[in-house]
Design a protein around this ligand. Structure first.
Ligand code: GAP
Length: 457
């Protein structure tokens, strides 16, 4: 076994994550051959596998392991009245300033975090040549037209959050799911915001995926469920391997609260750019159901036929971003060490999230080893995401798997020909055990299901 010798604790930077994502095909700038399109990204093979695992873990925690939450997939395009009722049409704005000198636009409330494009050592507005306009409100919703005629009555919006699709379906779900408060509706899907200053890779983009759940409760139970969901959502990230000292819950000050919220807390992660929001948990009260009742004329309330009780449920909402969560998992996993005198980059990511669970590698490309390795690969691929690789030196193939976070490499060598055992190399500790081929699927499945904690300091 080769021991890892040095560890550069938290060597991670955003630039290293971007470079790794490009090098290993996780995430690319979108429309790259045309020079890219501001802050939209395309996910490659490993990126798709990783993001799917993040979303599946969310579904597992929200729906599979509970019996009080049901799933929904509402349309991206909704009736425009939805956005009048929700307040987005009038109030989903950020303050924007233009610079008359360089022609760039900036979020007025983010100037202190931004660089002047002409003098990057200064913030916009600070260099002598800067000439900023007064701040004005800019609505973040993307507009498009529905149908072949482009007139004002045909204007629709790409949804800026998945939540409203849940509220407008409250009646449908209540009727067909045979649930009563407390119960939740969960949804994962794309949302769109015309952010003035997107950035920091996939942290803030104009097209992104959200994982939102609206939990409907009796009004007097809302404070208790708010506390419950804050704790549950914090625990989800810890269970999936995020280091607890890089995670915190931060309660919003009263002046930070959205118009609909009586209390909100953010789960924050310590990114290389500092503590930043991963997910918000909000007590939305009865704002949304009352607004949609008023704008649609349809009563959105709960009536208990047995007790005669009737009320508008209050809503607790944990709202997370799939891309932002993926970025946090990557940042938290990124590590550098030295193995056998060679530098290594390794993603120490939770095995349940790892894009590939096992790589099968014949030690050499001769003596019947590739054939036997393909047999082993065939016994695993139906049970877990597996990869077969026979090209190049074995050390290089290990490095490649370490970089994409594969927890186990199975090597087929000459001893395998003699006794049908393989070596199982573990990504974090680099231990190598011999396991019989017949026991391999069960052994790997057990190891992958075991609790995991980050070995990073
Ligand atoms: N329904 C409530 C809502 O949408 P939000 O705080 O605006 O709340 C929830 O969004 C989550 O969606 C955020 O915590 C973040 O993870 C993600 N998110 C929001 N805007 C984003 C953007 N421009 N790019 C990537 N993720 C974003």
């Amino acid at each position: 076994m080769v021991e890892p010798t040095t560890r550069a604790s938290d060597a991670v930077t955003m630039d290293k994550i971007v470079a790794l994502c490009k090098r290993r095909g996780f995430i690319f700038a979108s429309s790259e051959i045309y020079g890219g399109l501001g802050s939209t990204y395309d996910y490659g093979h490993y990126g798709v596998l990783l993001k799917t695992n993040v979303k599946n873990e969310w579904w597992r925690a929200m729906v599979q392991e509970r019996d009080d939450i049901v799933a929904l997939d509402s349309a991206i395009l909704q009736h425009p009245r939805t956005w009048e009722a929700s307040g987005h049409l009038a109030g989903f704005t950020d303050p924007m300033v233009d610079c008359r000198t360089c022609g760039q636009r900036f979020r007025a409330d983010h100037l202190g975090e931004l660089q002047c494009p002409q003098k990057p050592s200064k913030h916009p507005g600070e260099a002598d040549a800067c000439d900023l306009t007064q701040a004005r409100d800019f609505n973040l919703m993307f507009e498009t037209t529905m149908g072949p005629v482009k007139d004002s009555g045909a204007t629709v919006y790409l949804r800026p959050e998945t939540a409203q699709g849940i509220f407008v379906n409250f009646k449908n779900v209540l009727q067909f799911s045979r649930k009563k408060p407390p119960f939740g509706i969960a949804q994962v899907g794309k949302s769109f915001r015309n952010e003035i200053t997107p950035g920091n890779f996939v942290f803030r983009t104009r097209e992104f995926e959200q994982m939102e759940m609206e939990f409907f409760v009796a009004p007097d139970e809302a404070p208790r469920w708010y506390d419950y969901w804050k704790a549950a959502r914090h625990a989800w990230y810890v269970e999936l391997g995020i280091r607890a000292d890089h995670l915190r819950l931060r309660e919003h000050d009263p002046d930070e609260l959205s118009h609909y919220s009586s209390a909100t807390a953010d789960v924050e992660y310590l990114f290389p750019i500092g503590w930043s929001e991963l997910e918000g948990i909000a007590n939305r009260g009865d704002f949304d159901l009352k607004q949609h009742t008023e704008f649609s004329g349809q009563k959105l309330e709960y009536f208990d036929g047995q007790t005669g009780e009737r009320y508008v449920p209050h809503v607790i909402e944990p709202a997370a971003g799939a891309d932002r969560a993926l970025l946090a998992f990557l940042v938290d996993a990124y590590d550098e060490d030295e193995v056998g005198g060679e530098p290594r980059t390794v993603l120490r990511i939770h095995p349940r999230l790892a894009p590939v669970k096992v790589a099968v590698l014949p030690h050499m490309r001769k003596d019947g080893l590739p054939e036997l390795a393909r047999e082993v690969y065939g016994s695993l691929r139906g049970r877990m995401q597996s990869e077969y690789d026979e090209g190049g030196a074995i050390g290089k193939r290990y490095r490649r798997q370490d970089e994409i976070g594969t927890p186990y490499c199975v090597t087929i060598d000459h001893e395998t020909l003699e006794n049908r055992t393989v070596t199982v190399r573990e990504r974090d500790s680099l231990t190598q055990d011999r396991v019989a081929i017949d026991d391999l699927p069960g052994e790997l499945a057990a190891r992958l299901a075991a609790p995991w904690r980050s070995p990073k300091q």
